[in-house]
Design a protein around this ligand. Structure first.
Ligand SMILES: Cc1cc2nc3c(=O)[nH]c(=O)nc-3n(C[C@H](O)[C@H](O)[C@H](O)COP(=O)(O)O)c2cc1C
Length: 180
């Protein structure tokens, strides 16, 4: 079993990473974490390669996501301007070839079924609904099943209580069963 973590926070010891690290310690198997602020994942440039060819023309760290060699996908992001952070949104745009291949070439991407876990953190001054919708779109493109009732951990008042001091967050992490 392999867990791929897309960490969309610029902070390696901030609120999002605190929750991610707790999840990592609950999962004693293979883990690959991509810090999106450090990685090279360009946004889609609408080159239209995928209108006529399978896959994406850009070769960068997104290959690690396309590889589809993981069983659990963790999307972890602070809420910025009511949405996920810019590199996470850039990553979403790089999934557009999946739509284009289907629409223009009638070719379905062959991605295996996987499980999704979502981590969102927010200061408390913005509704996370857009971030939730964006994350769910990433899951959908990548053929990831996401159960919002069981696999969603959020800390949305970090201006007042950091994730590590929030009892609700600690309970959510404890109650999440990664291998169930
Ligand atoms: C550019 C920017 C935009 C933000 N927009 C929001 C927002 O819309 N809603 C919100 O609740 N918090 C917002 N925040 C606060 C962060 O989501 C919050 O501080 C979060 O806990 C940071 O996570 P981190 O410690 O993992 O980096 C914003 C912060 C920044 C820097």
């Amino acid at each position: 079993m392999k867990m791929l973590i897309l960490n969309g926070s610029p902070h390696k010891s901030g609120n999002t990473s605190y929750i991610v690290n707790k999840l990592k310690s609950k999962f004693n198997q293979e883990i690959e974490e991509i810090f999106l602020y450090d990685s090279k994942i360009q946004p889609c440039i609408d080159c239209r390669y995928c209108w006529k060819n399978e896959g994406c023309s850009i070769k960068d760290d997104m290959e690690k996501v396309y590889k589809d060699d993981y069983d659990i996908l963790v999307i972890a992001s602070p809420v910025y301007m009511y949405n996920v952070t810019p590199p996470m949104f850039a990553l979403l745009t790089r999934l557009n070839w999946i739509w284009s291949n289907k629409y223009f070439l009638n070719k379905e991407a062959k991605l295996k079924k996987k499980r999704g876990i979502l981590v969102l953190t927010g200061g408390g001054n913005g509704n996370p609904q857009n971030a939730l919708d964006t994350a769910q779109l990433i899951f959908k493109f990548l053929n990831v099943d996401f159960n919002k009732e069981k696999d969603y951990i959020y800390s949305l008042n970090t201006n007042n209580i950091s994730a590590k001091d929030d009892k609700n967050v600690i309970d959510m992490i404890e109650n999440l069963c990664i291998l169930c």
